[in-house]
Structures are given as C-alpha cells and as structure tokens.
Design a protein around this ligand. Structure first.
Ligand SMILES: CC(C)(COP(=O)(O)OP(=O)(O)OC[C@H]1O[C@@H](n2cnc3c(N)ncnc32)[C@H](O)[C@@H]1OP(=O)(O)O)[C@@H](O)C(=O)NCCC(=O)NCCS
Length: 165
C-alpha cells in the first residue's frame, strides 16, 4: 500500500455504507490520506496493517494492533471498502489469513475484536472463522440513526480457528 492508494481509501472513508460500522474518525481530504500513507511507520509487532487485494484490486484493509509479547493478545479490525466485492467470501478468507498470521508468525495466544451488535454480516464472518462471543458493551456504538447501541466483544484462540471449507 502506498500514496497511490490514497484516492481509494478516501472514497471508502466517505462511503456511508462502509463507514456505518466503524467508530473511528478518518482524515478528510485525499491529501491527508496520502500524508498518512506516506508517514505511516513500517509494520511492527504492536501494529500490523495489510492491504487486502482481490482480482488485482485493493479492496480493503485489515489490522492487528495493540499486541504485547508478554501477554500474546492483539485486537483485529477489518473493513472492505469496495462494496462490489462484499458477499464473495473475501472477508472470511482475509480474517482467517490474518488470524493465522497472528498465531503462526506473531505467536499470539488470542485475538480479540469488538463489533456492533447490529452488524450481523461481520459477526457471521467472525463466527465462521471460529470467534466466540464473550461479552456485550452496552451503549458504546453510535449507529446510523445517531442512537447509542451495543457492541459485542469476541475472541479466538488458535485451537478454535476453523479450517477453510
Ligand atoms: C464485514 C465484511 C468484512 C465482510 O466481508 P465479506 O467479504 O462481505 O464477507 P463474506 O462474503 O466472507 O461473508 C459474509 C457472510 O455474511 C452473511 N450475511 C450477509 N448479510 C447478512 C445479513 N444481513 N444477515 C445475516 N448474514 C448476512 C453472508 O451470507 C455470508 O455468510 P455465508 O458465507 O455463511 O453465506 C465487509 O462486508 C465489510 O468490510 N463491511 C464494512 C465494514 C465492516 O462492517 N467492518 C467490520 C467492522 S467490525
């Protein structure tokens, strides 16, 4: 991923269908996204970011962050910004691949995530890969109508990772 991808990231970050499930703010202009791509530090144990590519197109981003070797835990985030690629298994393949990377290369013990309780398609992906629901964070997610809704916490140990079907 490089500065040339700034326009795609900017487009995704301004797409309400993509962003309705995300809870972070994003840079506003293509120039700001390009600056972020240019100045982003290289991947390190505590923050690993990968571009997701399908059919020679960058379709999204996936990240493992907050990893600490002492405890072997990290959080995972994914979003596929190219909506034409949704529902074709790329999300499931990506989540499985990045979890394998976390367990095998980073020697993580456990991968955790939070997901909006209303985001059923993302939960479907996580459950398919083996994630288990662990808790409910009440009133922590602002939904598309501006209401405070719940998030779920999910976790995955290596032994729970499902094989490719
Ligand atoms: C969530 C996301 C990563 C999923 O990627 P994807 O490539 O579309 O996912 P897949 O095609 O691998 O699988 C989607 C699954 O959800 C299911 N699904 C889709 N819409 C659904 C719905 N409304 N209700 C129940 N299941 C649904 C699909 O049927 C499929 O399951 P199946 O294989 O058992 O049929 C992608 O849609 C995305 O990035 N969305 C926007 C941002 C986001 O939500 N990120 C996650 C934040 S925690």
């Amino acid at each position: 991923m490089g500065v040339d991808d700034a326009e795609a990231l900017w487009r995704w970050n301004h797409d309400a269908d993509v962003m309705r499930w995300m809870d972070e703010g994003y840079a506003e202009t293509v120039a700001q996204v390009a600056k972020w791509l240019e100045e982003r530090p290289p991947n390190a144990y505590g923050d690993v970011l990968f571009g997701v590519e399908a059919e020679k197109t960058l379709i999204g981003l996936v990240r493992l962050h907050g990893a600490e070797p002492e405890v072997g835990l990290a959080d995972m985030d994914i979003y596929l910004g190219e909506k034409d690629f949704w529902g074709r298994g790329f999300g499931t393949d990506t989540v499985r691949a990045v979890c394998l990377y976390g367990f095998r290369k980073m020697r993580l013990r456990k991968i955790t995530l939070t997901v909006a309780a209303e985001n059923v398609s993302a939960q479907r992906v996580y459950r398919k890969v083996g994630f288990v629901e662990e808790g409910r964070l009440r009133g922590t997610f602002r939904d598309a109508e501006g209401r405070w809704a719940d998030k779920l916490t999910m976790g995955l140990f290596e032994s729970e990772l499902t094989p490719t079907s």
